[in-house]
Design a protein around this ligand. Structure first.
Ligand code: PMP
Length: 357
């Protein structure tokens, strides 16, 4: 039997699953992970927390993850409280819950592309009609054009990603404010990469008090180096959190996940110490690529989009043959490299040098 033989929903027929290749190669620079594994001290604390949590695994976890939400509010600052925080298994699940509550059949969502590919995919799986907004040549968002798109389509959900994946582009706060003012529904600012932004780049968190329909999403998968733990979260008005309670599955966040996330937050100083190193490596990578006369998007994230190659697949394969896995994504001709360790970036540069000649 094939997928086509199954009585699945008509709107899922012909769709492709999310599929960044997971290949076992020496240099993995394709999914914007943090290359630094947890320290021995963090692993010890995690093991202790898991042991403690294991003693009560016959019971369901705290359904509302209250302690974790307090810790997340404390981390974010901006005067936020646990009532304004919500957590789930990765920010992908947060995005899914947002679309379950505010999107759905007969409703629509807009994003400004190229942007994070899961926004339209989750829109599809929640039967939310996807509207493709555009970005400028330099991947910034033209605020007048964006406001016009929002006024024309009147989407129920607007996605703004800052810094944007795969381009690395950060959005100025006034652009977000003007789009929120024009939007009839909720506006999601996906800040998965916020910690990597240049110092002085403000977070949309500062806009929350004045904008109750604004939702800021974050993750522990990137700067916090906890992609394997699966912990994403949002900050918004308490009423938005009430909406999440309507769609979340009961006990969605396991005792072990909540415990692991709290340990990581307690170790945040050590974990976030990698951010400075990664930013410096990013800026050096941008400079190196520009010296090779490549087009390179300005990046406020832990990855760099570069091109433009007449045959990007050949470049991607050439790197892979040398043990360097990057991502074939973005507009035609562009490739995206995640920032790894110093040694990994040296391997990337050497491999690309060999291809460019
Ligand atoms: N938002 C953006 C912009 C991302 O790039 C990613 C991960 N690639 C996510 C959300 C989801 O991350 P996670 O589910 O691991 O929190």
């Amino acid at each position: 039997m094939t997928l086509d033989d199954l009585p699945i929903r008509d709107d899922l027929r012909g769709r492709q699953p999310y599929g960044a290749p997971q290949l076992d190669v020496p240099v993995q620079l394709n999914t914007n992970e943090n290359p630094y594994p947890p320290s021995a001290a963090l692993i010890d604390d995690l093991a202790r927390a898991v042991r403690h949590g294991a003693a009560t695994l016959n019971r369901y976890p705290d359904r509302d993850a209250v302690d974790l939400r307090k810790d997340l509010a404390d981390y974010l600052g901006h005067g936020l409280t646990a009532r304004q925080l919500w957590a789930a298994n990765g920010s992908n699940e947060i995005i899914q819950q947002i679309l379950q509550a505010f999107g759905g059949p007969g409703r629509s969502a807009i994003g400004f592309e190229p942007s994070y590919s899961m926004h339209p995919i989750i829109a599809g799986s929640t039967s939310t009609r996807w509207i493709e907004g555009a970005r400028d040549e330099d991947f910034s968002i033209d605020v007048a054009a964006a406001v016009q798109a929002v006024e024309t389509h009147r989407p129920d959900v607007v996605f703004l990603t800052s810094p944007n994946n795969p381009t690395g582009t950060a959005l100025p706060l006034d652009v977000i404010e003007r789009i929120v003012a024009a939007a009839p529904g909720v506006v999601v600012v996906d800040e998965a990469y916020a910690e990597f932004a240049r110092t002085g780049t403000p977070s949309a968190l500062s806009l929350l008090p004045a904008n109750p329909r604004l939702i800021v999403t974050r993750t522990m998968s990137k700067a916090f180096a906890m992609a394997g733990a699966r912990l994403g979260y949002l900050a918004a008005d308490p009423a938005v959190v009430d909406a999440m309670l309507l769609v979340r599955l009961p006990y969605h966040l396991s005792t072990l996940t909540q415990a692991a996330a709290r340990v990581a937050l307690a170790h945040r100083e050590e974990l976030l110490a990698t951010v400075g190193t990664l930013r410096a490596e990013r800026d050096a990578t941008v400079e190196w690529l520009r010296h090779r006369d490549l087009s390179v998007a300005d990046s406020d994230a832990n990855f760099v989009l570069f091109g433009r190659f007449p045959d990007r697949r050949a470049v991607w394969e050439g790197l892979l043959e040398q043990g360097v896995l990057i991502r074939e994504t973005g507009p035609a001709g562009w490739l995206r490299v995640s920032i790894g360790t110093k040694d990994e970036m040296a391997a990337f540069r050497a491999a690309l040098e060999g291809i460019l000649g």
